[in-house]
Design a protein around this ligand. Structure first.
Ligand SMILES: Nc1ncnc2c1ncn2[C@@H]1O[C@H](COP(=O)(O)OP(=O)(O)OP(=O)(O)O)[C@@H](O)[C@H]1O
Length: 353
């Protein structure tokens, strides 16, 4: 009788969890929830990284490890130092002090294009697609400086032509994967904000990286493209890549992260799984600048006192899987955490349709 054949809810949900998620979460399950926690297989290890701007210490990270093959979110209030830390790690800025190793090789002071060659690429909060170049040319440009490419190789016309052809084929494959193939010949400047984010992510993959760093992938993205972007980030993990992303959208953080690292005033103040971190009084204090005793009741009360805490972008929140699947999993504190000034939007591009 068909009615007797029911799948227990737990088994059903386990079966639907992708292998990359299970791998990453299993690997992290015994990692202590504390700042600077050691990971079983770190792809990136940084020590004593300091960046000052005049009298302001924007970043002062004692120790941080990023687990290979996992999706790690780097969160924190505005001005916590997240983007500055990203800039340092990816060679777009130089530290005053500190060192870090990526795949075991020292990277401090290595310029951005060499960092990318070593397999660590990033996207930007404000997308960097070249508006007056076509989508395919933006992709091809992203393919220059690939791992294994050398000056001497480029001097041999046959090899150079073959490589150019390979780059174009790879670019076209990625455009298909990101559903941008119909836009191949269009100027990048004609894309919507969300499509630009997709293009930037696709372009980052041209160098076949081991680690992808995404700076606010959801900023300025309309709900229409939210699911697509989330799916693409998750698929990076399924492909064995490591993802570190900065994001203010707590629905996204909760939905896709295996691990969360929280920065406050330049330092790492908390680490753990999304649920534990979002309930951590240090995290709530850092965001809200208020003291409380850590109970859920108090957290909600504190959030309610924060101007704008209830004026979250409702359509976006409602469209997110985390929000719609379990409204109870999005307490008031979380909404306050996801509040972000409207002025912090990506430049250029049309609004998403
Ligand atoms: N080039 C700079 N010159 C001077 N101060 C800077 C510079 N870049 C960043 N800062 C300062 O360093 C601090 C950290 O900024 P950063 O942009 O890294 O923070 P963030 O956590 O990324 O913030 P947001 O979430 O708003 O993007 C801030 O006080 C910022 O004003």
């Amino acid at each position: 009788m068909a009615d007797d054949v029911t799948v227990p809810p737990a088994a059903a949900s386990e079966a639907s969890v992708a292998p990359g998620v299970l791998r990453a979460r299993e690997a992290l399950k015994d990692v202590p929830h504390e700042p600077g926690a050691a990971k079983p297989d770190p792809i990136l290890v940084a020590d004593s990284v300091v960046r000052r701007f005049g009298g302001l210490t924007a970043v002062s990270v004692d120790h941080i490890e990023i687990q290979r093959g996992a999706i790690t979110a780097l969160i924190g209030p505005n001005g916590a130092g997240k983007t500055t830390f990203f800039n340092l790690l990816t060679g777009f800025d130089r530290p005053d002090e500190g060192e870090w190793k990526f795949n075991g090789s020292p990277l401090a002071g290595v310029p951005a294009h060499k960092v990318a060659k070593k397999g660590m690429v990033r996207t930007f909060q404000l997308t960097k697609a070249l508006s007056r170049l076509s989508v395919i040319d933006n992709m091809r440009l992203g393919g220059t400086g690939q791992k294994g490419e050398s000056f001497w190789r480029s001097l041999v016309p046959g090899l150079w032509k073959k490589q150019e052809q390979e780059i174009t084929e790879r670019a076209d494959d990625l455009l298909k994967r990101f559903k941008l193939d119909a836009k191949r010949a269009d100027f990048a400047g004609s894309l919507s904000g969300g499509q630009r984010k997709l293009l930037e992510m696709a372009r980052a993959l041209m160098v076949q990286p081991d680690m992808v760093m995404l700076d606010e992938p959801m900023a300025g993205v309309n709900p229409a493209l939210t699911q697509s972007l989330l799916g693409h980030v998750k698929s990076l993990r399924e492909d064995g890549m490591t993802v570190l992303f900065v994001e203010h959208d707590m629905d996204m953080v909760r939905d896709i992260s295996d691990w969360v690292i929280v920065m406050g005033q330049g330092k790492v103040i908390a680490e753990g799984t999304p649920d534990t971190v979002m309930a951590d009084p240090r995290v709530i204090d850092a965001y809200l600048g208020s003291h409380h005793d850590g109970t859920e009741h108090d957290s909600a009360e504190v959030a309610a006192e924060v101007p704008g805490a209830s004026s979250v972008d409702e359509p976006a929140a409602a469209s997110s899987p985390a929000a719609s699947a379990s409204p109870a999993a999005a307490p008031a504190t979380e909404k306050a955490v996801s509040d972000k000034p409207a002025s912090d939007k990506p430049e250029g591009g049309k609004a998403d349709e």
